[in-house]
Design a protein around this ligand. Sequence first.
Ligand code: PLP
Length: 444
Amino acid sequence: MTLHVRSNQPSLDNFWMPFTANRQFKAAPRLLSGAKGMYYTDIDGNSVLDGTSGLWCVNAGHGRAQIAEAVARQLGELDYAPTFQMGHPIVFAFAEKLAAMAPGGKEGGLDRVFFTGSGSESVDTALKIAIAYQRAIGQGTRTRIIGREKGYHGVGFGGISVGGLVNNRRVFPQIPADHMRHTLDIERNAFSKGLPAHGIELAEDLERLVALHGAETIAAVIVEPMAGSAGVVLPPKGYLERLRATADKYGILLIFDEVITGFGRLGTPFATDYFGVTPDIVTTAKGLTNGAIPMGAVFASRKVHDGLMTGPENQIELFHGYTYSGHPVACAAGLATLGIYAEEGLLTRGAALAEYWQEALHSLKDLPHVVDIRNLGLVGAIELRPRDGAPGARAYEIFVECFRKGLLIRVTGDIIALSPPLIVEKDQIDTIVSVIGDTLKSAA
Ligand code: PLP
């Protein structure tokens, strides 16, 4: 049977939707047809407040004319050019601009930039750089990567291997990896405002895995400084500092996956800046181009980069890259995006709103089903008690109902995750919270 939303709309049969219950969705679809500022419009003309920046990516809000104009201009000028043994000015210009704001600050910042097409590609690129670097410095036995339970690092084979979400892993083979425990501890940390107080000792898992596998087998450890996709899992106070110290002690590279936290989400340009802990490699995507054109960027320290710039000069140093690495149109979108971030102060706007956001979210504390509320910067999560025998059902129903009421939220299991565009105003925060509150009050 061919499913149509409306007689004048295309069939829903052919698009195999990602991370979607295809049959359930196609029986009751939600279709967005426009977006401007903080709002989507659905195909019936209803306005939907974006509480999630699309998928954590539209940090400057929707429909930005500067990005559209830059993309159109670039398409007219140079639509595509390879970056293998070839270059074009805009990719170097974009890398230089990114280097000037690189995670880790001006001195010693990670100012060597490798472009990819997505967050997943950024992660797999970072893992390969780490392994290649270790080999280049004479540490070729270091091929294992340490990740963490509940980690999400995209869907490449590298990313699922170091990731810790079981549904994404269980049917696929993996590269050598092991995992630290996650840091979500509701029993001790429920309703923490900002970073949880308890759990720094979980960073000792890296020591334990070094003892188990031998440091000489471990190339890198990768974590999201704040895990988003698993339902917002925050690092306990002091945790990232301890990971950094342990990684240094054993010659293990530290990778921060900043695909979500990069570009202002925590009220600083990068989580690296927020925590004052500088890793060796940072992965980004999403907010890099405001989600408008697919692109990712991996930032590497000079130590890592220069460690690979050895051997004869006519030799390719890293056998890795994508057709779309440094795509000129994506670079144009990225440069325009950085321009908007700078002009409107968006990379630090989250800091000014964080307190208001925190208090607004925590006002939902005593509502039915709520077992925890977590927040940092302009990120929030409301964790619900699962319905007996039907995990995820309650949150999914709330998601559907919020959408009907004109609010886009994101749910993972029984956790509501929120990450509005960084242009959000206080009255829109109030709307997000009141729609969720009303929906929780009547939720089964
Ligand atoms: N890493 C993190 C931390 C993410 O949150 C995501 C996506 O949500 C990815 C990697 C994968 O990015 P993409 O979906 O662009 O491949």
